[in-house]
Structure formats: C-alpha cells, structure tokens
Design a protein around this ligand. Structure first.
Ligand code: NAD
Length: 361
C-alpha cells in the first residue's frame, strides 16, 4: 500500500516523539512491504515562528491532500513563551482548533488501556487493576453544548446565562456508525452513554443509536446514564469496550478514563471525519518542561501511528504488530522516565523507539 502522510511535528517534545513514531512506521513499511511518503507541515508555535500565524491555508490544504496526518503536541509554556503574549485567536491552540474544524473531524477516539506491566500507576483498587481494561472512548466533537448558542443577560437585576444543547439525527447517526464500525474491529460491544432520563437531545441520541445498531447485529448495544458511567469507570472498567457518547459527556469521561490508566505518556488519540482520513496524536501536551532532553515517552505517539494504520488504512495486522511490540518492550522491563519504577531499566526517547522497532519482525 502507498500511504501519503502529513506530519506535524509540533512544539516542545513534539519533534522528538514524532521522529520515533515515523521510525516505527518506516519499520512497518519495510517488514510488510508498504511505501510511505511524508509531507512536513507546520502548525502551532512552529508555524507562528515561521509564518506569523498558527495555521496557514497552505498547511490546511496539504493536510486535506494527505491520507492521514500524524501530529506531535503543540504549544509552549504559558508563562514564558512569547506565543502567549499574542491574543487567543493567534496562539498555538487556535491552530489546532482551526485544523480540526477545517478537516471536519467530528469523531474523537481515545483508547484507555491498562498494561499489566504498568498497573502500579493505576490509582484504582488492586483487584480492579489486576483485571486490567482496554476501552475506546468515542466522543462526538463538533456538536452539542460546546457549539450551541450562548448568552448572558440581566433579568430583574440578576444575571442569567444560557447555553444551548442541540443535536440533529444526522450528527448522531454519523458518529454512531463510526462507533459501531470500530466495535466491529474490537470486542463488539457498544455502551452508548446519555442522560435520556432528563434530556430530549439524549432521547434522540438513544433512538438514533438503536436504529444504527440494527445494521450491526453482531454488536451488543447497551445504554448507560452518564452519572452511572462515571461511577462504573472506577468500579468496573473491564466491562467497557467502546463507549459512544456526545461532546460534553465524552470530554469528561475520556479524561476520567485516561486518568485511571495513570500514564499520560501512553495515551494515543485519533480524530476522524466521514472519509478514511484521520488526525492522529498523543493525548498529552508538548511537555515544555522536558523538551530537548531526549527523555520524553514516545509510546503514545507510536500507538497513535498504530491507530492510523488501523483506521485510515485498514492495516489491522500491522497495527497489532506495533501494539504487541510495545507490550513486549514493557514486559522486558524497559521504561522511559515517566513510567519508571523500581527494578526496571530506564531508557530515553530514541532507545524506546529503537527497541519497539526491533520487536517488529
Ligand atoms: P503536558 O501534557 O504537556 O504535561 C503534563 C506533564 O506530563 C508534564 O510534567 C510533562 O513532562 C508530562 N508529560 C506529558 N507528555 C509526556 C511524555 N510523552 N513523556 C513524558 N512525560 C510527559 O501538559 P501541560 O504542561 O499542561 O501543557 C503543556 C503545553 O501543551 C501547553 O502549551 C498546552 O496548551 C499544550 N497542550 C497541547 C495539546 C495538544 O497538542 N493536543 C494537548 C494538551 C496540552
């Protein structure tokens, strides 16, 4: 297969961790006989330095012409970086929002996996950590409360604020289909999370999800209220496969799920649109506190590259090869500083990339 990949190395640790993910993709291409071409794109702080703005029209166009985009994190230290002297619409993060909007990325995927080798970092009870978990949170990204009309007005001397939560059938159907497609590649279970006992938008969500489910008879669908889901994530996370939910609930639940893994440097993510295109990036930030030291954990970015192979190119076997290589390296006791524990062997960013490559045969 010929893969045209846009690469945004980003700021801070971005270039270091993206280099390792590219190394792993190159290794996959070599072992499985694919061809890869990379187009380097600037976004965020690096684009402000080069072009005066965090995202140019040319970058957006080049991203659209790629099959997928691999990205490191963007942004700098808010206290010391000159980027944060600029008005908010010209800062690095504005580039990311404009990129997501410009590419119509409506589905955000965040896996939360507890590796048995790292269960010491899990803040949950030992018997829960022992059982492990491997879930995918699928969050609607472009509708709902965060995109509704809002206003603040004064009524009889009292300030009153209003935020509107709207979802259309079309918006729900397209994310639900994506969720079921992804469940078909996993353990074939979807937990749709809503607040249907209170909200009309949730009742519509539930109705449309049930309609979509009819096209996926192999997938088990269950509905869960969001307050119960927040509890179940800490009580029994192993029950979840794909959690499908709207924007605000997904924002909160995906952060909760990632925190129960305990390891920010391990968390991948993907944002998808209606085509096979996706933007793949680690969930963590640009970690300016450790940038340039060669100690950042590249695994989240490497696992994001594996998601790219799976979701943009349908290369499930190649994606699994990367995931297995990551597990093998952890099993052999190699750790970057952020996941280091007693008795393990501490290695740097490049060595972690090299070791993962060496397990891909
Ligand atoms: P952060 O995630 O960058 O860092 C939080 C802590 O986690 C730091 O101690 C950092 O050293 C550590 N850390 C993060 N990733 C790591 C890795 N791969 N290996 C080892 N340690 C790692 O969060 P922050 O400090 O709040 O934000 C720093 C910058 O990143 C800010 O400019 C913020 O806006 C930006 N940010 C960008 C994204 C993105 O690009 N999607 C997401 C979150 C934050």
């Amino acid at each position: 297969m010929n893969m045209k990949i846009g690469v945004i190395k980003g700021d801070g640790i971005g270039p270091e961790i993206v280099d390792e993910a590219m190394k792993v993709l190159d290794r996959i291409a070599e072992v499985y006989g694919h061809s890869l071409s990379y187009t380097q794109l600037l976004m965020g702080g690096a684009s402000i330095d080069a072009n005066g703005v965090p995202l140019t029209e040319e970058t957006l166009e080049a991203a659209r012409e790629s099959d997928a985009v691999l990205m490191g994190s963007i942004g700098g230290d808010a206290k010391t970086s000159p980027w944060y002297q600029l008005e908010p619409s010209k800062r690095p993060e504005a580039g990311l929002l404009a990129l997501r909007k410009g590419l119509n990325l409506f589905a955000n995927l965040r896996p939360a996996v507890l590796y048995q080798e790292l269960k010491g970092a899990c803040p949950l009870k030992e018997e829960i950590a022992d059982r492990g978990f491997d879930m995918m949170i699928m969050r609607e990204l472009t509708g709902g409360l965060y995109f509704g009309e809002r206003s603040t007005r004064e009524e009889n001397g009292v300030l009153v604020a209003r935020d509107e939560l709207t979802y259309s059938e079309t918006e729900i159907r397209r994310i639900a289909k994506r969720g079921f497609d992804i469940a078909m590649k996993r353990r074939k279970k979807v937990t749709s999370v809503d607040k249907a006992n209170v909200l009309d938008s949730s009742r519509l969500w539930r109705k449309v999800v049930e309609e979509v489910a009819k096209d996926y008879p192999e997938v088990t669908l269950e509905h869960m209220l969001v307050d119960n889901c927040a509890m179940q994530l800490v009580k029994d996370p192993a029950q979840f496969d794909v959690i499908l939910t709207e924007n605000m609930f997904g924002d909160i639940l995906s952060d909760e799920a990632s925190m129960v893994t305990g390891s920010i440097g391990m968390l991948a993510s993907a944002s998808l649109n209606e085509t096979k295109f996706g933007l793949y990036e680690p969930s963590g930030g640009s970690a300016p506190d450790i940038a340039g030291q060669g100690i950042a954990n590249p695994i989240a970015t490497i696992l994001s590259a594996a998601m790219m192979l799976k979701y943009s190119f349908d290369l499930d076997e190649e994606a699994a090869a990367i995931e297995e290589a990551v597990s093998a390296v952890l099993k052999d006791g190699y750790r970057t500083i952020d996941i280091m524990s007693d008795g393990m062997k501490q290695i740097g960013t490049k060595e972690m990339g090299d070791r993962i490559c060496s397990y891909i045969k």
